[in-house]
Design a protein around this ligand. Structure first.
Ligand SMILES: [Zn+2]
Length: 383
């Protein structure tokens, strides 16, 4: 099943090549035009900023469309680098999605799905700095950024453990708060047998996650632990869905994927499988090597079941590993927020702590962490 999926991904990667051919097929004209090299997206609690990096100055025009609400920005005298993602889910209440395309031979068109009013978006150009030319689009609270700090928009963060901060900190995933929806509280039959459980080994591919003092990567530990959890749960009769089983990105865009693309791809795996629960497995890290312990995270506006699961897993992992419990804590991490089922994220231990790095790089540590996670899931469903 997974191998078949990988084959599809390879085929999809192959399909991207015609774009490269198309760009260069424009011939000499390309040399005079600006190349749109990157489209960067940043989101904060009060706005979304999109920054278009181009090799030279270009003209732009904007228009607003409704049903659904969109802002269209045409960049003339421009061609689009094949490196740029064609479609990205932003997932903010200020802008939900962006599409980028070569509209005609000399125009790159950007379509932002947004419902903000005229006074809540702004498009302006910016010259100088490391990038020769930029077009900046703000949605939400506008006019706060000067030209000097124009592209200082915070990147959309993959996961922000806010390690070492006070308990209960609401680490942001960079996306703005979505309108609250009441999620139905699921009712489960007891037992793990017959359950569909989605496991997400954090990071992978180009993204190593945190790196310990001796060079052990978070992505390698999370995969080892997840595979062991998969083995144990499968032996107990559960159906396990893995977001990845090898050292790779989950998004078919691979290294070209934005953080949001990558995180949404992980949610999609669980959502499409109709999993009963979702668990993302991570290793924590902090600037000081002293920070240690295990934390179970749940989405702050999620179900009570998500909170219960995070607590059960934290308790069981600390019991098996002998680590200190630091939570459970509420959070705003992308993967627990955008999955449809009760979801938790466990920071198993601190890879930045020399003792915990050593523990989690050993087979014994991996085995104990996995057994702890399985105990927690078993407790969560009840017997
Ligand atoms: Zn992580």
């Amino acid at each position: 099943m997974i191998r078949y999926l990988c084959r599809i991904l390879v085929v999809m990667a192959g399909l991207l090549w015609p774009f490269a051919a198309q760009a260069s097929a424009f011939g000499e004209q390309v040399a005079d035009m600006a190349e749109v090299k990157a489209v960067r997206i940043g989101a904060s609690s009060d706005h979304v900023r999109i920054v278009v990096d181009a090799t030279k100055e270009l003209k732009y025009s904007t228009m607003a469309l409704s049903n659904p609400g969109r802002i269209v920005i045409n960049l003339s005298g421009a061609w689009l680098s094949p490196e740029v993602s064609r479609e990205t889910v932003i997932g903010s209440r200020f802008a939900s999605k962006i599409r980028v395309a070569q509209f005609d031979k000399t125009t790159v068109r950007i379509v932002v799905e947004t419902n903000v009013k005229k006074e809540n978006y702004d498009v302006f150009h910016m010259a100088g700095g490391a990038v020769p030319y930029r077009v900046v689009m703000d949605f939400g609270k506008v006019g706060t950024g000067s030209a000097e700090n124009g592209d200082s928009a915070e990147p959309v963060k993959a996961d922000t453990p806010a390690s070492g901060t006070a308990a209960g900190s609401t680490a942001s995933d960079g996306t703005a708060a979505l309108p609250e929806t009441t999620r139905p509280e699921p009712v489960f039959e007891p037992g793990v047998a017959g359950k569909t459980i989605a496991l997400d080994p954090g990071h992978g591919g180009e993204d190593s996650g945190a790196i310990g003092p001796t060079g052990v990567t978070e992505k390698s530990i999370t995969l080892r632990v997840a595979k062991e959890v998969q083995r144990l749960l499968t032996a107990s009769g559960a159906k396990v869905i893995m977001t990845r089983t090898i050292d790779t990105e989950v998004s078919p865009k691979h290294r070209a994927a934005t953080d949001v693309d990558e995180l949404q791809a992980r949610c999609d795996v669980a959502n499409k499988a109709g999993a009963d629960i979702f668990l993302s497995i991570h290793m924590d890290s902090f600037t000081s090597g002293d920070a240690r312990g295990t934390t179970g995270y749940y989405y702050s506006k999620g179900t009570a079941a998500g909170r219960r699961m995070a607590a059960a897993i934290e308790t069981a992992v600390t019991a098996r590993l002998g680590t200190e419990g630091r939570g459970p804590r509420s959070c705003n991490f992308y993967v627990v927020k955008h999955t449809d089922m009760p979801a938790a994220l466990v920071e198993v231990a601190f890879v930045s702590n020399p003792a915990e790095e050593k523990l989690m790089n050993s087979n014994a540590g991996v085995q104990k962490a996995a057994q702890g996670i399985v105990d927690g899931i078993t407790d969560f469903f009840g017997k």
